[in-house]
Design a protein. Structure first.
Length: 390
């Protein structure tokens, strides 16, 4: 039996005149992500995206990949048959045998966008319901909460029969909202922040600050693994690994202890800004969550933002750690994030960082470190760019 994957859009359908542009990005993304699985015919009709697998293609794997593409609100995996009720009947009985045998209740939904089909949606649903009750006598109809929603879609090219839609990744296709620089640590929060902003249509590049020998090769490898785990959602990522040791030692040796963390975060943001210019990225993203640690109080955030000019996006700002962890598990970054390697943010940290730093004292501290800007520029210039591709 010939199968097909149908991808339905959600929010994109509200995009008015820009809709065609969004759809074209989505089609391109689908082509790119499915390419390595074999041959697919991918096209759009009646605002639904179709992915038609060639001979011998792993449809399970394709479905899994599509379920991670932003811009797809829902998905279904359907059997294709001729637009003829007799064919539809046979296909439904056969194709949905396993789910129907396992279920106790079902309903039939029919959608007829090809109005030339002789039966209307109500008639299709009623007739097919009768056929399925006869074929699977243990079943009962439940129109409100069916275990299987047998669906027939009569469209332009064929009829499609499936057991109901499943939720897709939602959001907007990556790159339709612009590009941003993700500050990726090895922690739990920043990969979740990357996922959330890619979901809103941003394409991402990443920056990671490494301070060898204080941070290890394994910490760096961990960050690259995290980036790799994100690529099914974000697409290819370039990760800049910034050699941060000299800057950080300079801060340790010259900055007031209690301001060290905020000064370091300002310095990281300035370097991120330099890399944004190179990548034509329009914003910076962090995994910060309000008041989680001393550097994430409103006072510290205000001082951090004032170091630079780009918008700083913090999608986790209002989330509890438990919510962030739950999402990290769902997107499969959690297990990597909890590997216990040192991050540069946790070295040299003073025992009692100031939770209410004032911009005046921060700027005065920086004015007393005239060599800092040059060290930052050098670190940005020496950043290694690593391609983490799907
Ligand atoms: P995470 O789980 O993301 O590490 P965290 O609670 O440990 O978050 P911090 O260490 O204070 O928070 O870092 C806050 C944010 O700063 C991180 O979410 C990340 O965006 C950025 N950040 C921290 N360390 C680094 C690093 N080594 N390289 C790049 N960005 C970093
Ligand atoms: Mg961290």
């Amino acid at each position: 039996m010939k199968e097909i994957l149908l991808a339905y859009q959600g929010e994109m359908s509200l995009k008015g005149l820009n809709r065609a542009a969004f759809e074209s990005v989505l089609l391109k993304t689908m082509r790119r992500r499915l390419k390595s699985l074999g041959e697919f015919k991918i096209y759009k009709a009646q605002s639904t995206m179709y992915a038609e697998p060639g001979e011998g293609v792993d449809v399970d794997a394709a479905e899994e990949r599509l379920s991670k593409i932003f811009g797809i609100a829902a998905l279904s995996r359907a059997a294709v048959c001729a637009k003829d009720f007799d064919e539809i009947r046979k296909t439904a009985v056969e194709y949905l045998r396993v789910p129907l045998c396992l279920a106790r209740t079902f309903k039939v939904s029919a959608k007829r966008s090809d109005k030339a089909f002789p039966m209307n949606s109500m008639q299709i649903a009623r007739e097919l319901g009768g056929v399925l009750l006869a074929a699977y006598p243990h079943l009962k109809v439940d129109v409100h909460h069916p275990e299987v929603n047998v669906t027939v879609e009569i469209r332009d090219f064929a009829a499609y029969v499936h057991g109901g839609k499943r939720p897709g990744a939602g959001g907007l296709p990556v790159s339709t909202s612009g590009k941003a620089m993700m500050m990726l640590s090895g922690g739990i929060d920043s990969p979740v922040a990357a996922y959330l902003m890619a979901k809103r249509g941003l394409s991402l590049a990443c920056v990671h600050f490494a301070s060898p020998p204080y941070t290890s090769e394994r910490a760096r490898a961990k960050v690259l693994t995290l980036a790799e785990r994100l690529t099914p959602y974000t697409g290819n990522l370039d990760v800049y690994v910034v050699p941060y040791t000299a800057v950080q030692e300079h801060l340790r040796d010259n900055a007031p202890d209690v301001l060290f963390t905020v000064l370091m975060r300002r310095s990281m943001l300035r370097i991120a800004n330099l890399l944004c210019a190179k990548e034509e990225a329009q914003a910076v993203i962090t995994g910060e969550s309000l008041a989680q640690v001393a550097s994430q109080t409103l006072w510290a955030i205000a001082c951090t933002d004032a170091a630079q000019t780009l918008p700083v996006l913090r999608p986790c700002i209002g989330m509890d750690k438990t919510e962030i962890m739950e999402l990290a598990r769902r997107i499969d970054t959690y297990e990597t994030s909890i590997l216990p390697y040192e991050d540069c943010c946790t070295i040299f940290t003073p025992p009692h960082p100031k939770t209410k730093p004032q911009l005046g004292e921060i700027e005065a501290a920086e004015a007393a470190m005239p060599g800092l800007a040059a060290l930052e520029a050098r670190a940005a210039g020496e950043a290694e760019r690593i391609a983490v591709h799907l």
